[in-house]
Design a protein around this ligand. Sequence first.
Ligand code: PLP
Length: 404
Amino acid sequence: MTSHSLAERVRRPVPGILPVPHHPIYLDHHATTPVDPRVADVVVNAMVNVFGNANSVDHTHGEAALELVDRATEKVADLIGSETEGVRFTSGSTESIRFAVGHAIATRRNRMLRVAATRVEHQAVLDALRIAVRAGLAQVVWVEVDEEANLRPESLRAALNEGVDLACVMAANNEVGTIYPIEQIARDAHQAGAKVLVDGTQAAGRVDLRTQDWDLDYVAFSSHKIYGPKGVGALVVSKAVVHSELTENVVGHIGTLNVPGIVGFGEACRLMQLEGPADDKRITECRDRLEANLIREIPGIVVNGNRRHRLPHNLHIALPGIPNDAVIARLRNKVAISTGAACSSGAQTPSHVLKAMGLSEEMQDGAIRIGLGKYTTRDEVDRAADEIVAAVREVTGSLQGVST
Ligand code: PLP
C-alpha cells in the first residue's frame, strides 16, 4: 500500500526543468496520475541501460530490449486477464480506440459498420465514431443512460435487436465514475452477434476486468491513468481477433518500439495489480470523508453518478446555481480539480455525460469532478474540503452581492 504523499514522492528536481509547484493539492487523477517513482526508475533503467532496438535482435542489445518488452507484455496482459498474444502497444487509449474501430470497419469489408454506443462514452470513442460516420463507414445507435449514468438495459436490448456489429461500452465513466456490468453486456452483445469494444481507461486495475474469461473483443487502456508514463497504452484483443484474417489491421505501435514507455507501463500494471486493492480501500475512505465533509458544509450539494457502484477515486458533485468555473478559478493555486468535461483538445465543452443523465442546466453548470489518487492523504482531503467550502461561500457571496 502506498503511504507517502505526493510531495514526498518528488525526489530530485531535474536541472533546467521548471518544477510544477506542488502545493496545489492534486485531485484530478481522472485526467492523469503522477508517475510512481518505482516506475520512473525502471523507465530510466530501460532508457539508459537497455537502449537496443527491440526489432534488431541480431545482437544481445536488441534481444535484451525485446526481453523487457516481453516481460512488460505479460504484466499488461495480467492486469486485465488476457493472454499476451492479444496485446498491441499504442500511444494510449485514444489511439487504441481508433485502431479498434478501424479494425471493426475493416472486418465489414464494404458494408457499413453498425455500432451501438452509450451516450456517455469518452470523447475518444465519440470522435472515432463521428469520423467513421462522416466517411460513410459506420452508423450509430445510441444507448441511453439513467440519472446515475447507469445503462438503460432496455435501450441496449433495443439497439442490439436492431442488428449491431459492434457495441462500445466503457468499463467505468471518466466523469461521474459509474461502473458498467461489462460481463453481462459482453454476453448480451455476443448473443446478438456483436463484438464489444470496452474502454477500460479509468477502470483498469480498479475494477474487475477479465478480457479472456468474458471474451472481450477489444479493450483499450492507458499507462498514464495508473501511475505510469504518458504516451503509452494498449489495445488488447481477443484470440478470435488475433487469429482473424485481418489481424494486420489491428495496428499497434508500428516501427521502433517505445521500450522505456512499454517497460514503465508494465511496471505500473504490476504495481496496480499488487497494491491497487489496498490503495483503493484507503482512497475510498478518503473519498467518503471528503464527500461527507462537503455534504455537511455546502447546502444543496448533489453527488452524481452511481454512489453504490462507482470508481473508488471518483467524487462528482454539482452545486446548483453556483458556476463551476468561478469555484475552480478560486481554487487554482490551492486545489487542482476540474469540471471533467474537457475534450481531447483540452477545450472546455458542456458535458455530454451530464446531459445524457438528464441533469438540469443549472446542475451541469455547477458540476465539479474530483479525482483522488494513491498519494492523496487524509490531511489533504481535509484541507481540500476547507478550501472548496471557502471557495463556494465566496462565489455564493459574490453572486448575492455580499463580500465574505
Ligand atoms: N477513455 C477514457 C474513459 C478516458 O478517461 C481517457 C482519458 O481521459 C481516454 C479514453 C483517452 O486516453 P488517452 O489519454 O490515453 O488517449
